[in-house]
Design a protein around this ligand. Structure first.
Ligand code: A2P
Length: 334
């Protein structure tokens, strides 16, 4: 009989946690027992896994006895608080938060990009930032063939990046604004309904946000290239759950759009959606509930005198490949 694993999900009631449960089920992950953990508020409620109702338990230091794999998506503070309890229980933590991503002995892994790094873990593996995952699934196959030197990105990030409360706020504000009612922003710094906000996570003194620098540092770590140049502007948009990104790419070697399409068509986790004449290009509504990253608008960067530059546009489901699916794929690698 093939091996089965005891799996815990910390943050099981959140936007990503719910999707982790569905992903374990859809991918037929060999789960022996599933333990669902959340705050005291949710303890005693139930969620369904493979047709069976599972009672949610309050997350405590004692939650990880007999657990093999603990998927965490309850925020950085919770991950930091329970790391030692998970490791002491002999389980492996796959953490969706940014708490440990840049630690040297914590692998940061996208299975399509750097699966080999998973072996280096000491009890904790980090799931990368959602925008970085979506970007690198599309960029890594091009980088492997032509060596990426510099990347400039503008993102169009969905409200799901702020969790279930982010999506709820978009829905509520949209209704309120259409009904000419008062709104009161809570999940975001400003109104998100019929607006966009060029601000995700905290600002640094250099003017970049933490989200923008995650894309720089996490890309360098996963592509194993400390010289890689990455500059991003991250923007929250009134979209439910798929992120999009406009990427300008500079390679060490020449690359044509035709070559890029061929490389991407052969790459895992990518669908080339690129037929502008027939109005076909990546859009967040088409990426929603899709495992794969959509890539299109592939064109030569005409601002350059050589053929080393490309512009592309990508869309990917933030909750799935940007979080839950990638975490479960890491568990599959283990
Ligand atoms: P709960 O629903 O009980 O508050 P999201 O990112 O969608 O906002 O979800 C956050 C997840 O983290 C939820 O499952 C939430 O559980 C969980 N969570 C928040 N605070 C705690 C806590 N102090 N202990 C355990 N789980 C928590």
């Amino acid at each position: 009989m093939s091996k089965e694993f005891n799996v815990a999900i910390a943050g099981a009631t959140g936007a990503v946690g719910i999707e982790m449960i569905k992903t374990l089920e859809n991918r037929n992950f060999p789960v022996k027992n599933l333990r669902l953990l959340a705050s005291k508020r949710s303890a005693g409620k139930t969620l369904t896994f493979k047709g069976t109702e599972i009672t949610i338990e309050e997350l405590t230091e004692d939650s990880f006895k007999d657990i093999d794999i603990a998927l965490f998506s309850a925020g950085s503070d919770i991950s930091k608080k329970y790391r030692q309890a998970v490791v002491n229980a002999g389980a492996v933590m796959i953490d969706n938060s940014s708490a440990f991503r840049m630690e040297d002995d914590v692998p940061l892994v996208v299975p399509e990009v750097n699966p080999e790094d998973v072996k280096l873990h000491n009890g904790v593996i980090a799931n990368p930032n959602c925008s970085t995952i979506i970007m690198l699934v599309a960029v890594a196959p091009l980088h492997k063939a032509k060596k990426l030197k510099r990347l400039v990105a503008a993102t169009y990030q969905a409200t799901s990046g702020a969790g279930a409360k982010g999506m709820a706020e978009l829905e509520l504000q949209t209704r309120q604004l259409l009904n000419e009612e008062q709104i009161s922003p809570e999940a975001f710094a400003h109104r998100i309904g019929f607006n966009l906000i060029p601000h995700i996570d905290a600002f640094y003194d250099n003017g970049y946000t933490k989200e923008e620098l995650k894309m720089l540092h996490e890309s360098r770590k996963m592509l194993h290239d400390d010289e890689l140049q990455v500059s991003c502007t991250c923007v929250r948009v009134p979209i439910m759950r798929a992120h999009s990104e406009a990427l300008n790419l500079e390679f060490e070697n020449e690359i044509t759009p035709e070559e890029a399409r061929e490389l991407l068509a052969a790459a895992p986790g990518v669908i080339v959606v690129d037929d502008p004449a027939n109005l076909v290009y990546p859009m967040p509504i088409d990426a929603t509930n899709q495992d794969d990253i959509l890539v299109g608008r592939i064109r030569q960067d005409i601002s350059r005198n050589d053929k080393c530059g490309l512009d592309i546009f990508v869309s990917g489901d933030q909750v799935l490949k940007g979080a839950a699916l990638n975490a479960v794929q890491i568990a599959e690698l283990l």
